[in-house]
Design a protein around this ligand. Structure first.
Ligand code: DX5
Ligand code: ZN
Length: 220
């Protein structure tokens, strides 16, 4: 089981911790080392901050998977899904806690040929995800309360990952928040295979080395 997870490991570098004034430069530095580019979109309501606008993401030159994480109240009604599909998203993750109809959001994402992720925050019970598990390409388990980079990992969410992995051995399980070279192994051992890291990559001078250290720590 552990071998399988290790082989499918994907590192998703979160540009929330990158230099917003030199975004392209920071993306270039991880381009050959990360697997995915994790793009946190916040509306100032679901969580207090506001992050990127669609044009900033559309204009980014990258060969990495554009992994868009929508921390917004109305992903459909306020056109976040539409705008980030237009900006080149390969996968869009919505939150179960959002205020739009989840089934309609899922239909819109899937009908546009984009991969679908569903996320829950740390206080949300796993059972809330269950109705969507079969249609999702990825489940995102938040390991901090969303909104900010650099927070402390919450190990109590690992149980949710273990339970999903028991139910589905192939679905991508992403974990987001507080992942670094000490915590990443707990996530992988629980069954997560897509590891988001913001400050553990962009907070370091040498981004290549930071990603290599994360990959190495997965195996130990
Ligand atoms: C938090 C965001 C994360 C954030 C993680 O709400 O969804 O993607 O970038 O940052 P670190 O890795 O620093 O915890
Ligand atoms: Zn995120």
């Amino acid at each position: 089981m552990k071998e399988r997870s290790v082989m499918n490991i994907k590192i998703a570098a979160s540009i929330l911790s990158a230099d917003r004034d030199n975004l392209q430069k920071d993306v270039n530095e991880i381009e050959n080392y990360s697997d995915w580019l994790h793009i946190d979109i916040m509306d100032g309501k679901f969580v207090p901050p506001v992050t990127f606008i669609p044009n900033q993401i559309k204009s980014l030159e990258t060969k990495l998977i554009k992994d868009v994480h929508l921390m917004v109240n109305y992903p459909l009604k306020e056109n976040f899904i539409r705008d980030y599909i237009d900006a080149g998203a390969d996968i869009i993750t919505i939150h179960e806690e959002c205020m739009d109809n989840i089934n309609k959001c899922m239909d819109y994402i899937k009908n546009n040929g984009v991969k679908l992720g569903i996320s829950i925050n740390p206080p949300t019970l796993l059972k809330n995800l269950m109705p969507y598990l079969n249609r999702a390409d990825m489940i995102l388990i938040m390991s901090v309360n969303p909104g900010y980079g650099g927070q402390k990992f919450m190990p109590e969410v690992l149980q949710k990952i273990k339970e999903i992995r028991k139910l589905n051995s192939v679905i991508d399980i992403q974990i987001d928040g507080g992942i670094n070279k000490d915590t990443i192994k707990y996530a992988v051992n629980a069954g997560a295979n897509v590891l988001v890291a913001g400050s553990a990559i962009f907070g370091k001078e040498d981004r290549k080395k930071a990603i290599e250290e994360l990959r190495y720590a997965c195996k130990n």
